[in-house]
Design a protein around this ligand. Structure first.
Ligand code: DHB
Ligand code: FE
Length: 319
């Protein structure tokens, strides 16, 4: 049976009451947004004749997502992270701040407080003996091609099984997470291992939602970056390794053509020797171009929930 009651004065008045319009306290913006959100959902219930069973099963999914702190995992799959990027790209364009290496999503798996090094860092703990050695290097430049010395390059990525340290308790602390400060030529270099693609854990609430949509939860092999320097726009980005089956089929919609990088396999022992390596390795080169800005709020990453970030901020405040 189908009834349509959304447009009745009774329902419209009810929505205003639910959103607190007749109350003095609370946040005006909060009320407006909640009123709009609830109106859209009420209308959806009416339009699709959502049954009580369907409504309560959605509540169960939301509870499971919350219990597993999975909203941050599902959000990229539903395109929210990429949509926010599209909005920020449009804002940059409007401000005349286009140019530089493109941004793409942060993802939910950053951990604050990784060890910091000047110019070079080894990122892996040496335990993943099957993994291919990755020599990851690049130069940070401004939009005029001038090197940016002293830029902060934060890098994090998964291991050869697609797991991230901290979230995967079998890995050592800060494995595959480092902050590297660029040298006088704006260069950074890391010795690490080639990551594997990442997949949403089988059977979790996020996976259930994706399965409902007939979608997979796979990401191509990728490497995350935060890059910042005084006077420059903070950049959140990542590179996707070419030739991964998911390079252009990323469930998190993070791949951008300009950010697909082909690693170069190097077998020459002399080249390995130069880098202090023992055998063949894969070199991945990612140069970064930072846009300039004087606006302090554009020189820092956005606030969002991040592992260990509040603890780090708190401990810095104490020093
Ligand atoms: C997710 C995981 C990632 O490693 C990433 O980069 C983006 C999204 C996720 O599980 O949603
Ligand atoms: Fe990731």
């Amino acid at each position: 049976m189908s009834v349509k009651i959304f447009d009745t004065p009774e329902v419209q008045d009810f929505l205003k009451t639910v959103a607190g319009f007749d109350q003095d306290g609370g946040s005006e913006r909060g009320k407006q947004i909640m009123h709009r959100l609830l109106s859209d959902l009420y209308r959806l219930v009416d339009d699709y004749d959502v049954t009580p069973e369907e409504f309560w099963s959605s509540v169960s999914v939301l509870n499971a997502l919350g219990e597993g702190t999975q909203f941050g995992l599902l959000a990229p799959g539903l395109g929210f992270d990429h949509y926010l990027d599209m909005r920020m790209d449009a804002e940059d364009k409007q401000r005349g701040l286009s140019g530089g290496t493109p941004r793409t999503i942060e993802g939910p798996l950053y951990v604050a407080g990784a060890p910091e090094a000047e110019g070079f860092a080894r990122m892996d703990d040496g335990t993943d003996s099957d993994a291919e050695v990755m020599w990851l290097t690049g130069q940070v430049r401004d939009v005029d091609g001038q090197p940016v010395a002293g830029a902060k390059v934060e890098i994090w990525h998964a291991d050869s099984k697609g797991g991230y340290s901290f979230f995967d308790p079998s890995q050592s602390e800060y494995n595959l997470r480092r902050t590297i400060i660029t040298d006088s030529e704006g260069r950074y270099t890391a010795r690490s291992i080639i990551p594997s693609g990442y997949g949403v854990p089988e059977g979790c609430a996020t996976d259930q939602v994706l399965k409902l949509l007939g979608r997979h939860g796979q990401r191509p092999a990728h490497i995350h970056y935060f890059i910042s320097a005084p006077g420059h726009k903070h950049l959140t980005t990542q590179i996707n390794l070419a030739d991964d089956p998911y390079t252009f089929d990323d469930f998190a919609f993070a791949t951008r053509e300009e950010l697909v990088i082909e690693g170069k396999r190097i077998e020459d022992p002399a080249e390995a020797d130069k880098r202090g390596l023992e055998g063949p390795f894969t070199e991945v080169v990612f140069d970064v171009e930072l846009a300039r800005t004087d606006a302090p709020e554009l020189q820092h990453r956005h606030k969002r929930p991040r592992a260990l970030e509040s603890e780090e901020a708190a401990s810095q405040a104490k020093v």
